[in-house]
Write a protein that binds this ligand. Structure first.
Ligand code: NAP
Length: 326
């Protein structure tokens, strides 16, 4: 089968296809004949050598796929060969065939194509974990989502609206602001032309927000704390501007703030299965009814994975980038 390999200097341009043996489903796993794979920012970090895969995982890039179940490992029930699925994978998604624990696979939401379904797992598992489990977002609250036009940002925005929360996003251009306003009906702040702290306070009549979902980190951390109202939560999911910050913990005490964060990949299969079950119950019906949407910006053939990574690195896209298998 064909899969993607990373060249010696680890740049996007060095991504290339190689022939490799087809994996086999171990106990508890599905073998999936992939149709599409999602491209995610963590893939860029892994390609660069900054985000090594967990020891048990495939070293091949790719955290999500859609396709058809081709074989069941021992002790797998509830799936049949030929079923259409999308799945969070432990790695190995940039390949024609991949395996994943059966508890990380989901049937397609009603009416969605395999292409659309490939855009869902990594982002929706992540935003569910961070907005609902760690962030405890509730109806009537207000959340600030940084990177509102990213794959994660679009899913977070859609989930916030599904929960019944007000959502404000930050983005790096007016085109991205327009996309977020039109696609997700949210308030958007262009952080390059406006101070997001002042603008968020203005949009909330000085009250601030209940939750910040942050993928920026660094100097954003104290600024995020400055837009949280009493009992607010800061949930960190990436540290693009650094892992260190100077924080006034007086603000944390006075406003009873919670600072937390998480990563998806190292979670146990049981934890991922519990998130899968929650998504099937709470989000998949809404996707099927069109109350929640996903946005695929572009689809690249597998042998053009280099271009997909270059586009992701350019930041010139909205929502998701996918790879299509031959
Ligand atoms: N913790 C986890 O479990 C987990 C799981 C998946 C992904 N992630 C992380 O979540 C982030 C989004 O992932 P993705 O796959 O959706 O990637 P993506 O589409 O490439 O999004 C990255 C986003 O970061 C934004 N950004 C960069 N600097 C910013 C700044 N100073 N202020 C506001 N936004 C800024 C960019 O927005 P602009 O272009 O508008 O600046 C861009 O939309 C990545 O950092 C990824 O590593 C974490």
């Amino acid at each position: 089968m064909l899969q993607i390999a990373v060249g010696s200097d680890r740049s996007a341009a060095t991504l290339h296809t190689i022939e490799a043996p087809q994996p086999t489903a171990r106990a508890g796993e599905l073998l999936i004949k992939a149709a599409y794979a999602g491209v995610n920012r963590p893939d860029i970090l892994q390609r660069q050598g900054a985000y090594p895969p967990p020891p048990e995982a495939s070293p091949v890039l790719g955290l999500e796929v859609s396709g058809q179940v081709a074989a069941l490992g021992a002790d797998v029930s509830g799936w049949q060969v030929g079923d259409n699925v999308c799945a969070l994978t432990p790695g190995g998604g940039y390949a024609e065939w991949c395996t994943t624990p059966a508890g990380q696979a989901l049937a397609l939401p009603r009416g969605l194509s395999l292409e659309q379904a490939a855009s869902l797992p990594e982002n929706w598992f992540t935003v569910w974990a961070n907005l609902v489990i760690h962030g405890r977002l509730r109806a009537g609250e207000c959340v600030l989502v940084h990177g509102g036009s990213s794959g994660i940002g679009v899913a977070a925005t859609q989930l916030a609206r599904l929960i019944g929360a007000r959502c404000i996003v930050t983005v790096g251009s007016e085109a991205k602001a327009r996309f977020c306003r039109e696609f997700s009906s949210v308030e958007a702040i262009d952080y390059r032309s406006e101070d997001f702290v002042a603008r968020t306070r203005e949009l909330t009549q000085g009250e601030g927000v209940d939750l910040v979902l942050d993928m920026v980190g660094g100097d954003y951390i104290p600024r995020n704390l400055g837009v949280l109202r009493r009992d607010g939560r800061l949930v960190l999911i990436a540290l693009q501007r650094g892992a260190k910050a100077e924080v006034d913990f007086g603000t944390v005490m006075r406003n009873r703030l919670v600072i937390t964060g998480s990563t998806m990949r190292p979670r146990s299969i049981a934890e991922k299965t519990a998130i899968r079950d929650a998504l099937l119950h709470e989000v998949w019906p809404a996707l099927g009814e069109g109350r929640v949407r996903t946005h695929v910006h572009a689809v690249f053939p597998l042998n053009d994975a280099a271009r997909a990574h270059q586009v992701m690195e350019s930041g010139e896209f909205f929502g998701k980038l996918l790879l299509q298998m031959p």
